[in-house]
Design a protein around this ligand. Sequence first.
Ligand code: AMP
Ligand code: GLY
Length: 418
Amino acid sequence: MRVLVLGSGGREHALARALHRDPAVTALHCAPGNPGTAEIADNHQLDPADPAAVTELAARLRVELVVVGPEAPLVAGVGDALRAAGVPCFGPDREAARIEGSKAFAKEIMSAAGVPTADARVCGSRAEAEAALDAFGPPYVVKDDGLAAGKGVVVTEDRAAALAHAEACERVVIEEFLDGPEVSLFALCDGRHAVPLPPAQDFKRALDGDAGPNTGGMGAYTPLPWAPDGLVDEVMSTVVQPTLDELRRRETPYVGVLYAGLALTSRGVRVVEFNARFGDPETQVVLDRLATPIATLLQACAIGGLDPDLRPEWHPGAAVTVVVAAEGYPASPTKGDEITGLAEADAVDGAYVLQAGTKLDMSDGRLVASGGRVLSVVGTGADLAQARAAAYRAVSEIGLRGSHHRTDIALKAAEAVS
Ligand code: AMP
Ligand code: GLY
């Protein structure tokens, strides 16, 4: 199978790595990819959110599957364009991708489908925002209604800060605060049926102890030894399937991965958000555990032939990923500094490095930082403690001036089972 992966981050490097392992994949392309994907695939320089350019490339390479990594191409209609051209695409059409692109649309679908989520109000003026803040009370949760790469959400006890965020956005969703741990669950969907991947947990705040600003995600791990039995089945029947059914009823069938961001609250499971793509960095750990070849699975979704009774096979043990972020991330990441120690990190037993925000310096070919989240260092082992140890040993080999990472990824979960 000839496959094209769109995107350039750690998630795409993980997807490319999983596809590369699949013997059915005879040609692997990435657009634009990064220096990490270049080691296992052919990179093509193009804007992955340009539907005409992507369709032209897919036709020229005669690919039989396009896997869309980030949300921007989906929202730009790359899925629509590929399907119109007869190219199987793992990733929803523009309309269905609004489940991520518009918080208000996601709430509308959940309400129609009876999916449990936080009570919320859509606010377009200061007066509406003030009324909603006072109705829900602190902690305040204020979300930009547009796409904000996980950074458009403010959760704060400070009413003035909550109001300031609301005023800085055109339209916001203000909602009830959800207590309880968060879980990311990915379901592979073919428009009608869905197959779950094992849940993972992401660390959204920049600093240890969940302090600091929200980020795209600073680390992740799987499995979740503390998750209640039956969680996946419950989420599939109360969240994923009703959402798929509602989107199909609206004649916008959902093809791709439906990412349910969940809070396990004292009152039960609630959806915090949906994303129309794989989570980053959760994908790095979930795909590490996948034993079933991935290409056929994703292609079955893309062409509408997913076997709903299929249960993918998983490697036993655990995976932990630690994101190495550039100085100043998330506010204003410093770019251009050299990254060293990759070979040494890769040589650590049970660990490997996925590249995220990297590029080769044009003048001398050195690997330099080009984005906020620079590397995603994965550790694996028989349990979370071993996987953490491998990941952090590998992180300690990395050199990048001013970089930072969290030191507590999967710490509580590992301690709880030991
Ligand atoms: P979102 O972009 O909707 O995923 O929000 C980003 C992060 O903000 C989530 O992962 C949560 O940590 C936090 N958050 C969002 N909505 C709520 C909520 N209703 N209650 C508590 N925390 C929330
Ligand atoms: N890890 C969170 C996200 O991908 O949005």
